[in-house]
Structures are given as C-alpha cells and as structure tokens.
Design a protein around this ligand. Sequence first.
Ligand code: AMP
Ligand code: ZN
Length: 435
Amino acid sequence: MKEYWQKDLETMHRSDLEKLQTERLKKTIEQASNAPFYKKVFAENNLSADSITSLADLQRFPFTTKNDLREYYPFGLSAVPLKEVVRLHSSSGTTGNPTVVLHTQRDLDEWANQVARCMYMVGLRDTDVFQNTSGYGMFTGGLGFQYGAERLGAMTVPAAAGNSRRQIKFIMDFGTTALHILPSYATRLAEVFQELGIDVKKDTQLTTFCIGAEPHSEEQRKRIEQLLGVKAYNCFGMSEMNGPGVAFECKEQNGLHIWEDYVIVEILDPDTLQPMPDGEVGELVLTTINREAMPLIRYRTRDLTCFITEPCPCGRTHRKIARLKGRSDDMMIVKGVNIFPIQIEKILMNFKDLGMNYFITIDTIGNNDEMTVEVELSEDIQIDDYARLQSLSREITRQLKDEILLTPNVKLVEKGTLPQSEGKAVRVKDLRKLI
Ligand code: AMP
Ligand code: ZN
C-alpha cells in the first residue's frame, strides 16, 4: 500500500515549522514582487523581501482583499510570465469582475499533495474507490479533489454534480467507498437512497464522506453520519487558496488542521484587524508560502473561526481551526441582532420530526423587520396532524428565540417543497435589500 503520511512535515516541531515558514515567506515576498499589483503595494509601503527577518514582520504588510483581485483582473497578480501558467480557475462574483487564480505545474503538484495528505489523514488509501460529486470545470472542488485522489492512488470516479440516481448506480456498481460531497447534497442523496429502497449501510461499501465547500453545523454532520452510516469529515477550502485542501479534519473530528507549511494563518478582529486571543472567533487571514504563479499576502478570507489550542492526539503539529461559523458577509442583522444562518440550522437539526432543508426570508412588514424560517418536515409526520404540528412549531420557535434572541415566524412545510440547489445551498433571502 502506498503511504501518504508526510510524517516529517506533519508532525514538525513548532520551532522548525516556524523557521520553514519564515524562509518560505521571504521567498514568497520576493516572488510576489514580480506581480504588477504587489510591485505597486510594496513600493508604496517601502517593503521588500528584506523586510522579513521573522514571522512577526508579516504584520508590516498590508492586506489583500477580493476587491484587489477584481480590480487587477485577470492577470495583475501573476508573479510569473504567463507562458509558465498551466491552469486558470475563475470564480464568478455576483457583482463586478470575477476573480482569477493562476497555477504553474509546480503549484498544481503541491495542491495535489495537500489534498492527498488530507485524504490520507481521514483514513483513505490507494485501495479506496473515491467518487467526486463536485462540479468539474471552474469550481475547484472538481479538479482539486480529482488530482489529490489520483496522487493518493485511489481509484477515482469523476462523477461530477447532480443526477442522484446515476450517482447511486456508480456507488453500487463500482463499490465506491468514499465521496466528496456538499453537505446539503449528502442529505438529498440519503433521501434518494431511501426512495429507491436501498439500505446504504447494508447494500453499499460507503465508509467515508468528505463534506465541505459550504457552512454546515455539527448537528448536520451527525445527521449525515447517522442517515448514511459513514464518517463525515469537514473539509475547508476556497478558490483563492487553490480550493480544497487548505484545512481538513483529522480522525479526531474536532477542528480542522490547517497546513502551515503552505499558509501562514492569522485570526484577526474584523474591525480592529488586530490578532484575536486564542480561542476567540475572528476573521481568517491567510498568506500563501508555497505558491509560484499567484502568491497572496495576508488575504482577508471573510471566513470566521478560531484557533483550537490543545495539542491534537493525532500527533500533527499544524494548528487546528474550529468549524467555520460562516462568512462575515453571511451575517444577517435583524432588529439590531447579529445572526448567522448556522445558528438556526443547529437548532432545526435537533428535531427528529424535521427534514434537512430549510429557508430563511427576511422582509419588512409595516415598519418592522420580520424573519420567517420555513423548514421541511420529515417523511414520518402527517401534514394534517394539526395538533402535533402546532406544538412542534411552538417548541421550534421557543428554541430559536433562545438562540437568536428574536422570535421568527416558523412555517412547517411538506418534504420536497423548498428549493434544492444543485451547487452550494442557498439558505437566505433578504427582501429588505431589494427595496
Ligand atoms: P469557493 O471559492 O467558491 O470555493 O468558496 C469558498 C468559500 O466557501 C469559503 O470562503 C467558505 O466561506 C466556504 N466554505 C468552504 N468550505 C467550507 C467548510 N468546510 N465550512 C464552511 N464554509 C466553507
Ligand atoms: Zn489531529
């Protein structure tokens, strides 16, 4: 069996890791100064690779934002001649220019290495059959996992997104043991298995799910694990940082190791931009230190998380971040209260009588902001059992009020009524912004 446990790197002593980071950071700054964007930024701030003598010197560098990527679209952050670029990924923004990320062959090799390392960490081996249900193409979850799984040596099934019956046929016929899947799609797939009368635990070889690309709660993970009889590991990535492979849970399932030989991690107060004390939630800010075509310095991800400080029993020394709480731009402010969709999900997932699909609408009614939470019922509950629905709805409202500090309108709807997106789940509609 081929081994993909990079023990020397993954369990490096922290002082050696920091030494490696400092060397790589210096090289990265030198490399970045070839890019038109950073050439300008460094000149304006009188910075260069010589400004780095220790890791703390990174703090002297300004942040990079998604807006910078948009403004310098498409090639203004390229730090190599374009003939050295072998792949471009682009993610469409809802406003303005899309963003572009460029890769040399070396960048792609390193990215595959990162993903293979993550997959090995959760127990996948070259004997596994790995089916990737991500969209291929510009979405990095497709090619990113594809090359990582091939590097690991698994038999890969690039099924791509959608068509649940076809996915299930592949799972059955090819003896698929592992899936990469959006958490919202995992729950949909569980329903289709049920509709087809297939007992996943008895009739398939599935053991491991890599779930990610969108926020999800611990409660949702538990449901996926129970429904499908698998272990589901949280994987986090974003196109600006290549895609999947940035951070991944180990078998402890308690936080995601973030590969610090590839990135320098900061967690900052989004308002003051000062470091948050360990264990307190702030914005994840990442600096690539092993990328050629497009280094990013202090990239503001907008994702909110905190460091987990206890050493991990798995022996890896790369720090862990907690399950992502959402993005700062996902935060809803209703009647002056800050609310993240994941807080609502966490409550809903604890009710056995509820299904997995929900939708939040915020609207102005009269002079007041109102929040409506529509949630699908599970199959086992009769839609005309009014007394039961009423008491269920009352209890959900009470628990939501305790969590989010305001009283939403709760609407229980029949299974299959709410929209189901093929890509990342869309959970919130804010009609106030349309006025
Ligand atoms: P994209 O660049 O389109 O792949 O989107 C990346 C974004 O998806 C990240 O910045 C996160 O907001 C979100 N995301 C990816 N993986 C996870 C995860 N495991 N948990 C929560 N959010 C995630
Ligand atoms: Zn660990």
